[in-house]
Design a protein around this ligand. Structure first.
Ligand SMILES: Cc1cc2nc3c(=O)[nH]c(=O)nc-3n(C[C@H](O)[C@H](O)[C@H](O)COP(=O)(O)O)c2cc1C
Length: 324
């Protein structure tokens, strides 16, 4: 087993999966800024097994991104077994299972965070995935908790927690857990529950990656200090600021970090756009619109620039607006 997780220097700074954001162009930029491990956008087990070209193209990666983990969602163990095998053949360094997504279209099909309601079922999916791979590690991404269905949410006894899930899967060879410290009920708001992450770190033998609300180097240090986790996963904090990986490493080693100027932002936005064009053609520029809006956030004339950048169609448009 090539368990790359155990070979990474700590603390591990990971790019967490973000559907519609962590595509190949963005991932390579994050890698250049020092991301230690990269997660793809999540991919459907069924689509992979059925040989869906769009899904394969979506998760295609550049070898420079390695170690790259592909995240799967679905609800059928057999599909996980087969999809995991396909991912190993494609050269991924690891396979991850999504037990955290709250999106309606995923939850309505019995996937994502809704699986946490049934830890035994999660264990079946994990076991099947582990059986599907020969030589690469399996990891999972979970949330702090989810309430059981049709119950009084105010009663803690009605919640399934990350610890319940870990208890069920700890007999299986799971190499790493990324835990988003927020509940299903408050999916993206509020402070993450660092207490539950700390408890997971105490009982889980593999690598624990803490996630949620890390937007600055100071947040990163606080998360590591409060949880004792082996690493952190960055998500919304790196949209428009992929240098956060580098800043965190600088801050953890020296206590200070480099700030990035408006000129740096413009140069990176252009470099990112060129990478998107190379990977996806003109469609890559359309998809860049949201990234461009993130790059100009908090900068001079942000509102005016954003209103222009969300309409770009070509790389020339991007160059002209950023030069203006
Ligand atoms: C646009 C978007 C897409 C996401 N897609 C995924 C996904 O595909 N798989 C997953 O496990 N989590 C996904 N997440 C959750 C993030 O990985 C992360 O757990 C969450 O955003 C909390 O971290 P943050 O507070 O640093 O953003 C997504 C989040 C966002 C904002």
């Amino acid at each position: 087993m090539n368990n790359f997780w155990q070979q990474l220097p700590k603390p591990i700074i990971a790019l967490a999966p973000m559907a519609g954001v962590t595509d190949a162009a963005f991932r390579i930029i994050c890698k250049d800024f020092g991301a230690d491990v990269i997660y793809t956008e999540f991919a459907s087990t069924n689509a992979l097994v059925q040989g869906n070209d769009a899904t394969r193209n979506m998760i295609a990666f550049d070898p420079r991104e390695q170690p790259v983990v592909c995240q799967l969602f679905g609800h059928d163990p057999e599909m996980y077994r087969k999809a995991a095998r396909i991912l190993e053949e494609m050269g991924f360094a690891g396979v991850d299972i999504n037990f955290g997504c709250p999106a309606y279209k995923v939850v309505a099909h019995g996937g994502g965070v809704s699986l946490m309601r049934d830890p035994k079922r999660c264990a079946e999916l994990v076991q099947a995935t582990c059986e599907g791979v020969k030589n690469i590690p399996v990891s999972i991404k979970i949330r702090a908790s989810i309430c059981k269905e049709n119950c009084d949410r105010s009663d803690p006894a009605n919640h399934v927690t990350a610890l319940d899930l870990i208890d069920e899967i700890k007999r299986l060879p799971v190499a790493a857990v990324m835990i988003h410290g927020r509940s299903y009920e408050k999916p993206f708001d509020g402070d993450p529950n660092t207490g539950v992450i700390k408890q997971v770190k105490k009982v889980f033998n593999g690598i624990v990656i803490a996630n949620g609300g890390i937007n600055t180097p100071e947040d990163a240090k606080q998360m590591l200090d409060e949880t004792g986790a082996d690493g952190i996963g960055l998500a919304r904090g790196v949209r428009g600021s992929p240098w956060l990986f580098k800043q965190i490493k600088e801050y953890l080693t020296t206590g200070s970090y480099q700030e990035y100027s408006w000129e740096d932002r413009k140069l990176l936005a252009l470099k990112h756009s060129e990478a998107a064009l190379k990977v996806k053609g003109e469609w890559g520029i359309i998809e860049m619109r949201k990234h461009l809006a993130w790059y100009v956030r908090g900068t001079p004339y942000a509102a005016k620039l954003r209103s222009q950048l969300v309409r770009v169609n070509t790389i020339k448009d991007v160059e002209t607006i950023l030069a203006g």
